[in-house]
Design a protein around this ligand. Structure first.
Ligand SMILES: Nc1ncnc2c1ncn2[C@@H]1O[C@H](COP(=O)(O)OP(=O)(O)O)[C@@H](O)[C@H]1O
Ligand SMILES: [Mg+2]
Length: 234
């Protein structure tokens, strides 16, 4: 089973970062209209699937009922992270137009349910763009507090853009030392073209040394704020 920090290393700095991301999303979602959320990025391998799976666990651990759907129909990976069967999944549900409850798996984490990709289709973009997909999403939304969608990179095929245009919120992920500035800007343009609601960005794969730096930097900031406050209170 592939490692997920929220499940396998919950006291790590990375896990703390996912809990903070979830809290920031709660603040963003005061009106409770963020029911479907996806994370995309410019290229494959930048950490989207890992991030959305960790975020799903963060939501579930806070008591929200979560369904995580694998909408990367060309390179599905969510089933590997949770060690579940990928025999049937969202593609089969779209084709059958029926909500098959036994295609939705328990993740062994309370409140978190997984809908894998299922049968690999010859026409992923067509399936994702279909009205049947919209109807299915509506039904899934009714079954939980939030639906998270794992999607492909935005610059390669149309699949990601199709989903980004449908969901309530999109996070654009950039990978430290990997994502190129020009491609990040291009990704933002692609999101704008489909009127995606970009609600934020996250920086993944920050080396430990760098995250320690920011951790201590925050402490120093607090220390200097404390000094300032002391001066003001005199
Ligand atoms: N935050 C991270 N830190 C270090 N490695 C990571 C991180 N996120 C993902 N990876 C690694 O990068 C590779 C690609 O991750 P994945 O989540 O599958 O990317 P994507 O979904 O964008 O293609 C995997 O080997 C994964 O273990
Ligand atoms: Mg992926």
């Amino acid at each position: 089973m592939e490692k997920l920090v929220m499940r396998d290393d919950p006291s790590s700095l990375s896990a703390e970062a996912f809990r903070t991301l979830k809290i920031n999303l709660d603040f963003f979602n005061v009106d409770n209209n963020l029911k479907t959320l996806a994370i995309t990025s410019s290229n494959p391998g930048e950490g989207k699937s890992t991030a959305i799976a960790n975020l799903a666990i963060a939501f579930a651990q806070s008591g929200k009922r979560v369904i995580l759907i694998d909408c990367d129909l060309r390179r599905p990976s969510v089933h590997k992270k949770f060690k579940i069967s990928n025999t049937h999944g969202i593609t089969d549900m779209i084709v059958d137009t029926e909500l098959k409850h036994d295609y939705i798996h328990s993740s062994k984490i309370d409140n978190l349910f997984i809908l894998p990709c299922g049968t690999k289709p010859p026409n992923p973009a067509e399936l994702l763009a279909s009205e049947k997909m919209d109807m299915l999403l509506e039904k899934l939304k009714g079954m939980c507090d939030i639906v998270l969608l794992d999607i492909p990179p935005i610059l390669s095929v149309a699949d990601s853009r199709i989903i980004c245009g449908k969901v309530d919120g999109v996070i654009l992920l950039c990978a430290y030392g990997q994502s190129e500035k020009e491609l990040i800007l291009k990704s933002k343009q692609e999101l704008d073209k489909v009127n995606a609601k970009l609600i934020g960005t996250i920086l993944a794969k920050v080396p430990e040394s760098q995250s320690h730096y920011s951790y201590y930097y925050d402490d120093n900031l607090n220390a200097s704020n404390r000094k300032k406050n002391k001066r003001h209170s005199r």
